[in-house]
Design a protein around this ligand. Structure first.
Ligand code: ATP
Ligand code: MG
Length: 282
């Protein structure tokens, strides 16, 4: 059992009937300046929802609907054009809030650093003492199955291992909120299933709140407490589906008859939206 004291309060809250909101998004939209037409390009929203302390929340939606943009708003990497985003009651504003860690859609390992130094990157910047850093990094590398690769460089690893390095780097920060943008997108189905199980273990053991963006309905249904289903761009939540799983869920949960029903329910909502998103292509 990994003890993340900062997150333990969140786990306790999740067990209570009404968990507190860790993140509140209120009528948030994001518009970009289109490079060619010069017209504003409406990428997201308006979106309103709460991320509850200690929950595992997944977001599914057609490609280009604004999922990464939503994650960027919560991570403070881009500002809402209108509306607001708060983390622990404070407005998110221009930088990643303390207590939040992000794993990006693309491989974001640093090729010039060893696996150990990649994992230590965030905590070194935070100025933690070296013995504390060593303890956290060794723990995270062991947890992610990378203990024997501490001295390797990303170029010597498979794509899946590089993503695990990025998850380890987020994990050593001991975040209260982990934001994961399609972290297993490049992996084969078997590795992806195993990584999903690891994510569940990490979530359960640390008490951290998780928001996972995924293209896989199966993954979302298996892993999540709640699934936010997004419309085609500009993305809004069509529905937020409660799975009702217990915290102790695992791969066996896929045998539950409700699993198939949830998959069908979500695909029923997404099918039309995905066709719309494809139709909007040039
Ligand atoms: N910095 C930017 N400048 C202009 N347009 C952008 C920018 N970032 C995103 N967009 C546009 O906003 C829309 C939403 O993008 P976003 O990356 O959030 O989609 P997504 O749902 O994450 O897609 P995918 O599933 O393919 O990762 C897209 O049409 C994209 O082209
Ligand atoms: Mg994306």
């Amino acid at each position: 059992m990994i003890a993340f004291p900062e997150a333990a309060a969140g786990a306790a809250a999740a067990a209570a009937p009404a968990a507190a909101a860790l993140v509140t998004i209120d009528q948030a939209t994001r518009t970009f300046n289109a490079r060619d037409s010069g017209k504003p390009f409406h990428a997201l929203g308006p979106v309103s929802f709460d991320l509850r302390e200690g929950e595992f929340f997944s977001v599914v939606g057609p490609s280009g609907c604004g999922k990464s943009t939503l994650l960027d708003l919560i991570a403070g990497l881009c500002a809402p054009t209108s509306g607001s985003v708060t983390f622990e009651g404070k407005t998110v504003n221009g930088q990643v809030p303390d207590g939040v860690a992000v794993v990006f859609q693309e491989d974001a390992s640093f090729p010039w650093l060893s696996v150990y130094d990649n994992a230590a990157f965030g905590v070194r910047r935070a100025g933690l003492p070296e013995n504390e850093i060593r303890e956290r990094v060794e723990h995270a590398l062991a947890f992610m199955g990378l203990a024997n690769f501490a001295k390797s460089y990303p170029s010597q690893l498979s794509g899946g291992m590089r993503q695990r390095v990025c998850i380890a780097r987020a994990m050593v920060l001991r975040p209260r909120l982990m934001l994961l943008d399609e972290p297993f997108g490049a992996l084969d189905q078997q590795t992806r299933l195993l990584m999903g199980e690891e994510m569940l273990k990490l979530w359960r053991d640390t008490g951290s709140t998780v928001m996972l963006i995924t293209h896989s309905i199966d993954e979302a249904v298996l892993l999540s407490d709640r699934i936010g289903v997004m419309s085609s761009r500009p993305g809004t939540f069509i529905d937020i589906v409660d799975t009702g799983w217990s915290r102790e869920r695992d791969a066996q949960t896929a045998m539950d008859p409700r699993y198939g029903a949830l998959q069908a329910q979500i695909w029923g909502m997404l099918r039309g939206e995905s066709i719309k998103a494809l139709g909007a292509r040039p």
